[in-house]
Design a protein around this ligand. Sequence first.
Ligand code: CS2
Ligand code: MN
Length: 357
Amino acid sequence: MKMTLRWFGESYDSVSLAQIRQIPGVQGVITTLYDMQAGEDWDAARIAAMKQTVEASGLEVSGIESVNIHDAIKAGLPERDQYIENYISTLEKLGQQGIQLVCYNFMPVFDWTRSDLAKVRSDGSTVLFYDQTEIDKINPETMFSQIDSKSNGFMLPGWEPERMAKIRELFAIYQHVDAEKLFENLVYFLKAIMPVCEKYEIRMAIHPDDPAWSVFGLPRIITSKESLLRMIHAVDHPCNGVTLCTGSLGSNPENDIPDTIRSLKGRIHFAHVRNLKYHRPGCFEEAAHLSRDGSMDMYAIMKALYDIGFDGPIRPDHGRMIWGEKAMPGYGLYDRALGAAYLNGLWEAIEKGEAGK
Ligand code: CS2
Ligand code: MN
């Protein structure tokens, strides 16, 4: 595996490339052109400049998170083909720069959802928190203003104001889109982009829905081992793979993550590894990466990745906000750096343990 950190770009991130470069074992960043709206055709010169900036700091661009998918594609609207053309053209330009990993999600309207971005824990840190009973009390617009007011002034991935301005319109286009239709639209999209992925060996890595169930009545289709397997078999091409996000899949404790990892051998192109603490069904908070700080067995997760021969980029996912840091919720430097060091430690121990057998 290759340890990386997510980085939103110089104008958007409180964390610098120089800081990332000093985290032991981090070789690259997972980045994006953060101001690109879903559906836009990315500019080749801007991709090249982004790559140059990253490489000048001694790191590499290990992948893009995300090239977001326009809702016309997800909802299967007549104009989807134009947006798919733009997506293909963006992939073509990424491929020409040697960027070969793209993370995306296929959630209608929203990306991830949380009821609180700064829940205070007993250690004094703050974390992202989800409680279905809180979500049930509010509507999507209220949730956006709550999220926006607690984002420490940062634009959160998936909660861009442009997207939220159109929220009613967005809900309307999904009125007749059920889970089956959404799945068909995903397959249609994937089939259309596979040739360009094959040409440049770009690995597409779908991010699981977060949380792993339907929210605000919108369909969600990437929530379990079964749904991930169905998706990779529906377009059975090595470029069609998965971002194994333990925190998103793990929001449902019925998902057995090590087993899911083993069943997806060869098709996990990217891994997000973080821990959660369950409170009750539909309610969890994000924890430090350390196993005993939360409900997941991080050793078992890393061991499963090791056993399937995972050699792609991995990143610690959301961290706690600690040591007085002011950053985008989930994306501060300190706790993610601790996460990277811990995951590297687990990996080294597994590697040496296996070599000594
Ligand atoms: C990420 C997602 O911050 C997060 O929760 O894991 O926003 C992820 O980047 C997208 O769903 C992938 O498109
Ligand atoms: Mn994730």
